[in-house]
Design a protein around this ligand. Sequence first.
Ligand SMILES: [Zn+2]
Length: 367
Amino acid sequence: MPGSPYESPNSPNHGPTPLAEKPYRFVSSVKPEPKRSGPAGHAVFAGGDGPVIAAVLHFTITTLTPLHVALGIMGIVRSQQGEEFAALPAMVLRHVDEGNREPVRLPILPGSSLKGAVRAMAEAISPSCVPVADPRVRALLGKHNRCNDVQALCPACRLFGSSGYAGHVSIGDIMFARGDLRRHKSPLLWKPGRDSAFASRYARQGRLQGRKFYVHRSPAEGDDVRVVIKSGASASGRIVYAGGRREELGLLVAALGADPDHPFPIKIGGGKPVGLGSVLINIDRVVILEHTSVEKFLRHTGRLGGVINSEQLEAGLDVAGESAAQWLREQIQLARRTGVLLDDPYQQLREILARDGLQKTAPSGPY
Ligand SMILES: [Zn+2]
C-alpha cells in the first residue's frame, strides 16, 4: 500500500513489524530547578508603566485541522439534514442572541480547555513545577514537584494559580459559528501500554524524558466517528490578565504560540495523535487597563472572578496591529531577561510544534 506506515509483508526484514513514527516528542527535562517567589498578589496594581499590569488580550483562533472538544461519551447525533448517527459529539452551548428569541446551539471551545493546554506549554518553557499525580513520576521529580507554599510559587503557578492562589489569567469560552460542525472519521485510539510504556517511553535510566507534546500532522482517516469543528474555522476570544507581573504575561503570550516574532500553532482538544486540534492563535488587539478600571474589576469580581461588564474591560489604552505586536514583544523580552521564559526549551517547543508538520499525515495504526 503506497504511503502505508507499515512495512510490506514481503519485506526482506524479519522480526516484528516496525511501527509508525510516533506523533509526539519531548521538551527535554534538563531544566534549572523551579524559580519560586511570592506572587504579585491581587491588590498591588498601580497602573501605568509599573511592573504589575492588567490587560485584555483579544485574539483570533483559526483551526488548521479539525478541532474535537468532546464530552468524552458516545452519543446519537443528528445532522442538519436530519440524519442520525452514533458519534463522539462536540461540545455545544445553547446561546440566546439578543435579537433572536430561539436559542441556537453553537459549538464551543471552553476557555478552561485552552487554559489547560497553554499551562502545560508554559510549564515546559519556564522554570516551573510539574503538577502531576502519578507517584512514579513524582518519585523522579525531586524539586520539580508541585509548589506547596503560596509565598514560593513557580512562574506557571503564579500565572495560572495553585492551591491557595487564584492566578491572573481568565479565558472566556470561545464560540464558533453554527455551520462549523462537521462529521469526521478518525482512527480508533488505544490506551498506551501501561507499565512497559512508562519505563520505555517516558523515563530512561531513572530520568524523565521531559514533557510530551504531540506534533502537528494532517488528520488520518479511520472508523471512529466524531463531531468536530471544521478545519479553517475561526472565532474570536478574550483573555483577561488581571494584575500580574509583565514577565509572566510574556510567558503566557509565548505559550499561546502568539509571539509576533515566532508564531506557531498549538494543539488542543481530543484526537491529537491522529492529527486533530491544530490551531493558530493571533493576538490582534490589546487593551492595557488603567488603574481605576482594574480597581473596579478586583473589587467587583473578587478573586474567583464573576460578572464584569465589557465596558469596564474596554476602558484602557487600546493598541492594535503593529503597536500591539511591539508591546507583546516587550513583555516576551522581559520574560527572557528575567529568566521566566527559558530560551532552550522554548526553541524545542517551537520545533516540535512547527507548522510544516502538517505536511505529513498522522499515523492511522499503532505506533
Ligand atoms: Zn508551581
